[in-house]
Design a protein around this ligand. Structure first.
Ligand code: 4AD
Ligand code: MG
Length: 480
């Protein structure tokens, strides 16, 4: 049997000593031909492997370089040195994979996040990205656990679709037609998609919501958790062209129930990582504090990452309407002193991220749920309020991030929905299947979408969304 190894996490976290163990991992550093810091990704901590002088041939010693993969058999003993409880006294070391020290891009020193993004295929092997991606895993696990406990059914909605769920036209086309001008054409010169693979024009999904609604009209409570794609040309620290979204959809649910679920959900998954990823969170919190020291006092955050997470799980989110938010923003000194790039002058405008962040970071200093937005700036499927101007929408805004959740109660009244679709030039024929939910046994229902990467950003404190997904896709970039 090849694999008799135990994970380094198990060795380090136990107080047990004086037993023999086999570990395998990647060398972080090798000091004085004597001390190897070895990491296998199970924990942020390295195990110290002690190599007795003269134990290894000179040729083997030379092969123990940063990045090399080795197998160590040895005795776990109480550590003689400072910084660790136990260490591994090697009895044999085998090099499984060499790593040319001259060429390996990850040197045992601090690299910038920008540089590491260029070598994203190797950045898993750093402390920061090890912590980030273990936390990403935990959050995904906690999400399934939350919904499973509540009896939600996980529905896999399609990745390739013919509809634009958000009606925003930000889609990546999927086609097998040639791009050299020889694609079949209609009489009017447009491309004849009847000849395309699916016999119609298709794209990558922007959201699984519409299909989620169909399933909710049978199972009651469902959720999707999958990749979504948006061809918006946004080069920001909050946007990706490929991101993962969690979209629960609940029958017999109104806007308030929806907000309650979303708030409980966010608190649950944060709490889960606080319990299961203490070491990684402590590392990232520390990392952020170091980073903050570079900033002028006035720009530093008042809370550490750990304090911020504890604060969020222990306090109610603020809930206000869009109209109240506009009043607060309009009357703010920030607005009066023209510190916003986009000044708030009238009701009806879409909020920019600077406004969202002002509300959560300066005004309320906690997550805020904004409700009842003007219908003009929201999607066609949102339930129309009696005032004729607003819809039963809710966005959750998080400190440091801005919008993290977008959701709404859905328009279940067929006449109101089709009327709104026509006003917004959404083709009702193509969404006839969707309208069937309103024809056959419609009920009040609601749901929301949580941007997974924005959530990972919030929990890890990472400033750029490109650093919380292994291989980010954004304008002009699809490496790896
Ligand atoms: O607000 P959005 O567009 O809502 C929907 O897609 C609804 N269908 C959700 C629903 O009600 N089922 O997107 C939801 C969330 C946003 O709040 C944001 O967190 C994230 O998805 N998001 C993005 N994350 C990264 N990059 C992008 N380009 C994103 N666009 C949206
Ligand atoms: Mg939104």
């Amino acid at each position: 049997m090849f694999n008799t190894r135990i994970k380094i996490k198990e060795v380090i976290q136990s107080d047990r000593v004086d037993y023999s163990a086999t570990v395998m991992g990647w060398v972080r550093t090798f000091r004085n031909n004597q001390f190897i810091a070895l990491n296998d990704g199970s924990t942020n901590q390295n195990i110290q492997v002690v190599v007795a002088l003269g134990m290894l041939e000179e040729t083997t010693l030379k092969r123990i370089t940063t990045g090399a993969c080795i197998k160590v058999v040895g005795e776990v003993i109480a550590s003689l040195g400072k910084g660790q409880k136990v260490e591994l006294k090697a009895t044999s070391i085998e090099v499984l994979g060499d790593s040319d020290a001259e060429k390996f891009p990850l040197q045992p020193k601090k690299h910038s996040l920008e540089f590491l993004r260029e070598i994203a295929h190797l950045r898993f092997r750093t402390n920061t990205f090890g912590a980030v991606f273990r936390i990403r895993h935990s959050l995904a696990f906690a999400i399934h656990s939350f919904f499973n406990q509540k009896g939600f059914v996980y529905v896999h909605t399609p990745i390739i679709t013919a509809s634009d769920a958000e009606g925003a036209g930000e889609m990546f086309r999927v086609t097998t037609l040639p791009l050299d001008g020889s694609a079949p054409k209609n009489d009017d010169g447009s491309i004849n998609f009847k000849e395309d693979f699916f016999g119609k024009s298709t794209n990558l999904t922007v959201s699984g919501q519409l299909e989620g609604e169909l399933a909710a009209m049978a199972f009651g409570d469902v959720y999707t958790f999958g990749p979504t794609f948006r061809a918006e040309n946004s080069n920001t620290t909050r946007h990706l062209a490929e991101f993962w979204m969690i979209e629960p959809e609940m029958a017999f649910c109104d806007l308030e129930d929806n907000m309650n679920l979303a708030e409980a959900f966010i608190k649950y998954i944060i709490r889960y990582t606080m319990e299961h990823n203490q070491e990684d969170l402590a590392f990232l919190s520390q990392r952020l504090e170091e980073e903050e020291k570079q900033k002028p006092q006035s720009e530093r955050s008042e809370m550490s990452l750990l304090e911020k997470l504890a604060f969020v799980v222990n306090n109610d989110f603020e809930r206000i309407t869009y109209t109240e938010a506009i009043d607060i923003l309009r009357e703010s000194n920030h607005n009066k002193k023209k510190k916003f790039q986009y000044l708030i002058d009238k009701w009806g405008i879409d909020l920019q991220s600077e406004h969202e962040r002002y509300l959560v970071e300066k005004h309320f200093k906690k997550p805020v749920i904004l409700t009842n937005y003007p219908k003009e700036i929201k999607a066609f499927y949102m339930r129309q309020n009696d005032d004729g101007k607003t819809v039963a929408a809710m966005d959750i805004l998080a400190p440091g991030i801005g919008e993290i959740v977008g959701g709404s109660q859905r328009e279940e009244r067929l006449d109101k929905l089709t009327e709104r679709m026509k006003e917004m030039h959404i083709p009702t024929e193509e969404l006839d299947w969707y309208l069937d939910t309103r024809r056959f046994g419609a009920c009040p229902h609601a749901g929301f979408g949580l941007g997974f990467e924005r959530m990972v950003q919030f929990v890890t404190g990472m400033g750029n969304i490109r650093d919380v997904i292994p291989f980010p896709r954004y304008p002009k970039s699809a490496s790896f």
